[in-house]
Design a protein around this ligand. Sequence first.
Ligand SMILES: C[S@@+](CC[C@H](N)C(=O)[O-])C[C@H]1O[C@@H](n2cnc3c(N)ncnc32)[C@H](O)[C@@H]1O
Ligand SMILES: [Mg+2]
Length: 331
Amino acid sequence: MASKLLHRVPWLLHRVGAVSAPLKYPRTLSPTLAAFASLRLLSDVAPRPLPVAATGNSPPASTSPAPQFSGSSEKFEHNAKSSSVRSSLKDPELAKFSAIADTWWDSEGPFKPLHLMNPTRLAFIRSTLCRHFGKDPSSARPFEGMKIVDVGCGGGILSEPLARMGASVTGVDAVDKNIKIARIHADLDPVTSTIEYCCTTAEKLVEEQRKFDAVISLEVIEHVADPAEFCKSLSALTIPEGALVISTINRSMRAYATAIVAAEYLLHWLPKGTHQWSSFLIPEELVLILQRSSICVKEMAGFVHNPLTGRWSLSDDISVNFIAFGTKKGQ
Ligand SMILES: C[S@@+](CC[C@H](N)C(=O)[O-])C[C@H]1O[C@@H](n2cnc3c(N)ncnc32)[C@H](O)[C@@H]1O
Ligand SMILES: [Mg+2]
């Protein structure tokens, strides 16, 4: 009984609104928000929270305690640091993912929430990309002929279904162990064995002048060194009129209560220290930094979890997990 109640904590916090009022968004951006995106209101939206007055959200008394990852002192060799572009790499973040790399395909392990969210994320990607590229969303392989890069692909849990939907997929991740796991798993099936996996970064791909019809980066931006620079790299990888899909966690009080306190400390869905509240972006910041990178955000949706069914679904409530679809300006 007690454990059943405990599992409903995030849902209760969410429903009761005990922590903060929900931020509601229309799926398609309103003219007001689109106009906001073109304003130069923030001098620097790099990984620093805005003043409380600007966000309407109060920061928690303290950010989450120190990460509890066995591999957190690991040193990462990455040649991306020699690049003229600022590196997106943050070693402590990479160490966290390296420490749990062998659990990527354990649907009951630390990546269980991502496995559970996958069908919903894919539904958003399928509908937005098909609409933008004039593809048939009811087709078994709607992305046939499209080149898609999955930046921060981890063990490939998103790359593989994208390949099954017909895309020519490149998956890149800064953690070598992730790429090795992704390669082994993809090779189990001839369809996914076509995926190109590479241990590298978005900025390195830009240096190599790689271009893609669609760039996808889910749950990565909150782990990079400089979100604005990262978005510039993602944009540079996108062809003119191409598409970008990005997801992350809102820097709201509700996200602190559910995505950190409940998910990491009460329910142990994620290892403690997985997320730093101050590294989250509010949707307006993401829209703004993408706008500055020549990406116009056209659609946004939230993901909400139903503890009774264990399922995630798309929602207008973007107060915790949200996903955005944008298009690159033509030349
Ligand atoms: C939460 S996981 C998300 C994995 C995958 N995108 C998904 O949603 O299923 C974040 C991933 O980003 C990778 N990562 C973190 N910083 C990165 C960077 N600067 N460049 C490339 N990958 C990065 C991590 O190694 C990790 O695999
Ligand atoms: Mg994350």
